[in-house]
Ligand binder design. Structure first.
Ligand SMILES: CC(C)(COP(=O)(O)OP(=O)(O)OC[C@H]1O[C@@H](n2cnc3c(N)ncnc32)[C@H](O)[C@@H]1OP(=O)(O)O)[C@@H](O)C(=O)NCCC(=O)NCCS
Length: 183
């Protein structure tokens, strides 16, 4: 498939391939992974993964963002996406990893790289993200990459039988630049 490649200290963020579908499905079918994600049907099949990949290929070709496979030493660990709105010069970040890779700073490492790519390469003015309910690990990732908490949309997302709060985070280009200069 098509798209950019980014490298971090431990990771290669590369375009997805059609052959990744089974590995994607294996991760997203784990209940603990899908719990706080939107649009993850149960069970999650290889066909669902192919549809997801196709939608991101289309987005990339339209200049509306990219999905990266998060890989470490050649192994697929998860995904990170940036959905771009050209009109508003903003991007929305999303990510997930298989449980074996949680707790090792990988999401933060991948998210920081995609944030840099969004501002530097895509010329965005704002990048935002949300986490649902009590998914504090995701909230920490967003804080660690320099996003500010912007508020909470209460009972905003219906997941199963529950209406979940959606916690909003964002960072502006000038805030990212200031942080980058400090490094
Ligand atoms: C959310 C997710 C991506 C985090 O990945 P990760 O690689 O473990 O994240 P990191 O190690 O980079 O950072 C996690 C941080 O959250 C903290 N954390 C973990 N569990 C926590 C909890 N229950 N409460 C508070 N903080 C928690 C960690 O201590 C760490 O912070 P620290 O570095 O200050 O100690 C991963 O758990 C995941 O894929 N979950 C399922 C999918 C998902 O929810 N995606 C996000 C949708 S918004």
């Amino acid at each position: 498939m098509v798209g950019p490649e980014l490298r971090t200290r431990r990771l290669v963020l590369r375009p997805f391939a059609r052959e990744d579908a089974a590995a994607i499905a294996a991760i997203l079918d784990v209940p603990d992974v899908g719990r706080y994600l939107l649009h993850v049907p149960k069970p999650y099949t290889d066909d669902d993964a192919v549809r997801w990949l196709t939608s991101w290929t289309r987005r990339w070709l339209l200049g509306r963002g990219a999905a990266f496979a998060i890989t470490r030493r050649g192994r697929l660990c998860g995904a990170i996406t940036l959905a771009v709105s050209r009109v508003h010069k903003r991007g929305e970040l999303g990510y997930w990893l298989g449980p074996d890779d949680w707790g090792d700073g990988l999401a933060t490492e991948a998210a920081a790289a995609v944030l840099d790519w969004g501002f530097r390469d895509q010329g965005l003015m704002r990048i935002h993200a949300q986490y649902l309910d009590d998914n504090r690990a995701s909230g920490r990732v967003l804080e660690k990459i320099g996003m500010l908490r912007e508020g909470v949309r209460r009972a905003h997302i219906k997941k199963g039988k529950r209406l979940l709060d959606a916690h909003q985070y964002g960072v502006l280009r000038q805030e990212w630049e200031a942080r980058w200069q400090d490094k």
